[in-house]
Design a protein around this ligand. Structure first.
Ligand SMILES: [Zn+2]
Length: 331
């Protein structure tokens, strides 16, 4: 993990890998055990202005699929296909709408894929028990905060001759959160409570866009146009990756919307897609001490567990890292 970050930093800066490693080690010493090696690596990346970009374009396990993703690829078994449900469209469009859902499963969880209107024909060619490969799909958040898979113009679905064992049902709801230190997190789909300091906030791509009329995700590939409503004034939703460090380890956490605003100290602020504005708040929030509750999931891209945050608290403890950073800045 640190090695990967070292490579990225080296590629994106003038430094050799050895020089990057040295910088990270110095950073670690500077913080005297307050941050782990990986946390130090993120701090170095930040100092050098290197964004550790994440672009999802590889096959994912269902547990790693979160709302607001583009280019989502997944292999899964069809657990269920619902009947077609028709509904009336609001507005002048008299055409009846159709929706049909596939429930997909793999060894890590289940995921709903919704098919709209003419897309529902896809389901005619598929059966329960089929294993399918889906490429270039995208996700949106359903009304329970879970990811829902959607298909777009470039999505391909094909039946494959591969056996996939699917879990029987999705993880049983949110039980109690177990208090753990970051290095104890080994498995996905656990509900955990972790306290630590925010050592990095990624604001390269903090927003995803929704259509104000039908709530569907507006994608860059479609020039942010709604398939149904064309050019619209998007509703901006926040999905912010942060790195939390508790001194013995660190973990990537994803905070959404109100939870994200909480960590940014921006509860009453409307960002409306303003990246500079959110970056400003993010900058001020590095070093904050937070307690997060959420579900662990495996991130294939980073090859490590991360936390999808459901709740965040900011105890008033003065942040040592923040003081330290200010010292460095002024010093
Ligand atoms: Zn729309």
């Amino acid at each position: 993990m640190v090695e990967e970050i070292v490579k990225i930093i080296s590629n994106e800066s003038d430094l050799t890998e050895e020089e990057v490693v040295e910088k990270i080690e110095n950073k670690e010493k500077e913080f005297k055990g307050l941050v782990s090696g990986e946390g130090a690596a993120h701090l170095v990346a930040k100092e050098l202005g290197v964004d550790i970009v994440e672009d999802v374009d590889k096959e994912l396990k269902i547990e790693s699929i979160v709302p607001g993703m583009s280019k989502t690829n997944v292999k899964a078994k069809i657990i269920d296909i619902t009947d077609t449900h028709t509904f009336e469209r609001s507005g002048e469009d008299e055409e009846e709408g159709k929706v049909r859902n596939l429930v997909l499963g793999d060894s890590t969880g289940t995921l709903r894929m919704s098919l709209w209107d003419e897309q529902t024909e896809v389901a005619e060619k598929l059966d329960k028990g089929d294993v399918i490969e889906i490429t270039n799909a995208y996700t949106r958040e359903d009304n329970r905060g879970n990811a829902e898979l959607r298909i777009g113009n470039n999505t391909k679905i094909k039946r494959i001759d591969e056996e996939i064992e699917a879990v029987k049902k999705s993880s049983s709801g949110r039980g109690s959160y177990k208090k753990v230190s970051i290095n104890e997190i080994q498995n996905e789909n656990n509900y955990v409570e972790v306290s630590g300091q925010v050592v990095q906030i990624y604001t390269k791509n903090p927003f995803y866009r929704r259509c104000p009329d039908c709530d569907s995700t507006l994608r860059k590939d479609d020039e942010y146009k709604c398939k149904e409503h064309g050019d619209v004034n998007p509703v901006y939703k926040i999905a912010l990756p942060i790195i939390l460090d508790d001194g013995v380890g660190n973990i990537r956490c994803i905070v959404f919307n109100e939870t994200a605003k909480k960590v940014l100290g921006a509860e009453n602020i409307e960002f409306n897609g303003d990246v500079d504005k959110i970056s400003m708040y993010a900058e001020e929030s590095i070093g904050k001490r937070v307690k997060v509750k959420g579900r662990t999931q495996f991130n294939d891209f980073f090859n490590t567990n991360e936390i999808v945050v459901n709740d965040i608290e900011l105890p008033e403890t003065v942040s040592l890292i923040k003081e330290k950073l200010e010292e460095i800045k002024s010093g």
